[in-house]
Design a protein around this ligand. Structure first.
Ligand code: URP
Ligand code: ZN
Ligand code: ZN
Ligand code: ZN
Length: 478
């Protein structure tokens, strides 16, 4: 047994409680929680005045991902180091697949990207682009062997990632049978393709047209469509990167009918708005995400959905491209700007600062949104996502009184800009442990590339379910 470690006197926060306590760690796992634990023979770490949160779980990242003829600026090494500095100890990354290529090859390729590099724990979601015989034959075995219990279907990116409704429906049916959770990128890709062509034909080529050709109606429509198909299939559904009131309304309506529809939003949609795409000198390209940034009033709808429970999680959708040489590929044609931005490092702190410090959510909701709910939805609970005896000792020692200004000068990503440049935040992760070992200690990196472990996950609903409508009304009978 390795020497035990005791985190002393911190304010320990879980989804269910807030209390000053010591946490004893043995062999990477939480062995005891209580007042004044016996520290004989253990290394002690003073956490007085700090919050001790469960390590953040980021359910939505794209590291080392090819997109638009280029590859993301950050890989599993720089991306997970930045995540750790930001208070995240687990990521779930999207394994991309190609039509006609065995899914198992794609999974093997994703393992190769992460192994020897990741400094925090990681799992994969698997993209389904077509539900042909080969894919349907492979999926049950992959779900079992790899513990990949979430599948991703893109309803947008026509002729690239987009799947048709038949594929989405078939994937939902399979997921219901196999105990997997289907995740959708919900935008109407067919209509977007039309609007993009029309804009380019008119000569409207600036970054702002990226947002104007992907209106919120098309996100709302696709969200509602996916929810209906999930209801018909009797399967749960998770909508990634929700940006607008239209999509929130569809999710709320589905949940009110008892459908198991869940959703996430991302820090960029809570803190930035469509005006960023109009920044001069092509800087608007830095703020090109799909779905796009919206008019600022949508932020209120998103915060309300996070606090009321219509949305359950905050994902970063980390997908960084350098401004120089990568975002610039879209000069003269907004449709060639690689989509995505750097968000993995600031997700946790922005939720605390904009959420807790500004009184929009309480501490418990913060823990649910940053970690616990994702652990439950994605088959990691209670090993991850909480502070309990027997759980992995993934912990964030967080100073709520620190203030700082976010900047590319200080971040730990390779990408050459920050999406949140100049933003003032309240609160800062000081030290971060993964399975009881420091990865960041007193704001210094002390981890090791390759120390992150691959996570095989439980099937949907087995890893601790969220308090939600259990019986899908209008779903197929079981
Ligand atoms: O713009 C984005 N969101 N890029 C990453 C790919 C995706 O759609 O999640
Ligand atoms: Zn494997
Ligand atoms: Zn997406
Ligand atoms: Zn994404």
């Amino acid at each position: 047994m390795k020497k035990a470690r005791i985190i002393q006197g911190g304010t320990v926060v879980t989804a269910g409680s807030v209390s000053v306590a010591d946490i004893r760690i043995e062999d990477g796992v939480i062995a005891a929680i209580g007042r004044s634990l016996d520290a004989t023979g253990a290394e002690t770490v003073d956490a007085a005045g700090l919050y001790v949160f469960p390590g953040g779980i980021d359910p939505h990242t794209h590291l080392d991902m090819p997109f638009g003829g280029t590859v993301t600026a950050d890989d599993f090494e720089s991306g997970t180091i930045a995540a750790a500095f930001g208070g995240t100890t687990t990521i779930l990354d999207f394994c991309l697949t190609e039509r006609g290529r065995p899914l198992g090859d794609a999974v093997a390729a994703w393992h190769a990207k992460a192994e020897g590099k990741a400094v925090i724990d990681y799992g994969f979601h698997l993209m389904v682009a077509d539900a042909g015989e080969q894919a349907l034959a492979e999926l049950p075995e992959l779900i079992e062997r790899e513990g990949i219990t979430s599948l991703k279907v893109f309803m947008a990116y026509k002729n690239v990632f987009q799947a048709d409704d038949g594929t989405l429906y078939r994937t939902l049916q399979l997921a219901r049978e196999e105990g997997a959770l289907v995740m959708v990128h919900a935008e109407n890709g067919d209509v977007i393709e039309r609007l993009v062509s029309e804009a380019l034909e008119r000569g409207d080529t600036e970054p702002i047209w990226h947002a104007l050709t992907r209106p919120p109606q098309l996100e709302g429509e696709a969200t509602g469509r996916a929810a209906e198909l999930a209801g018909l299939a009797g399967a749960p559904l998770y909508v990634v990167h929700v940006t607008c009131a239209e999509a929130v309304e569809r999710i709320a309506a589905a949940r009110a009918r008892g459908l198991r529809v869940y959703g996430e939003t991302c820090p960029q949609y809570l803190t930035l708005d469509i005006s960023a795409l109009e920044r001069p000198d092509f800087e608007g390209a830095k703020y090109v995400w799909s779905p796009p940034l919206r008019e600022a009033w949508h932020q209120t709808a998103l915060w309300n959905a996070l606090s009321s429970g219509t949305l359950q999680a905050l994902g970063s959708d980390q997908c960084s491209f350098h401004f120089k040489g990568q975002k610039e590929l879209g000069r003269g044609d907004f449709s060639k700007i690689p989509n995505g931005g750097p968000t993995i490092e600031d997700r946790f702190s922005l939720l605390f600062s904009e959420g807790v410090a500004k009184g929009r959510i309480d501490l418990q909701r913060f823990v649910e949104l940053s970690a616990t709910n994702a652990a439950k939805l994605f088959g990691l609970f209670p090993r991850k996502g909480t502070i309990a005896v027997g759980s992995d000792a993934d912990l964030v020692l967080f100073d709520p009184s620190a203030t700082r200004t976010l900047s590319a000068r200080d971040h730990h990503l390779r990408v050459d800009y920050s999406a949140f440049e100049g933003m003032e935040v309240q609160g800062e992760p000081v030290s971060v442990l993964v399975r009881g070992e420091f990865v960041v200690r007193d704001k210094q990196f002390v981890g090791q590339a390759g120390s992150g472990r691959y996570l095989k996950r439980s099937r949907f609903g087995l890893g601790g379910s969220l308090a939600l409508p259990a019986v899908p009304i209008g779903g197929s009978p079981s």
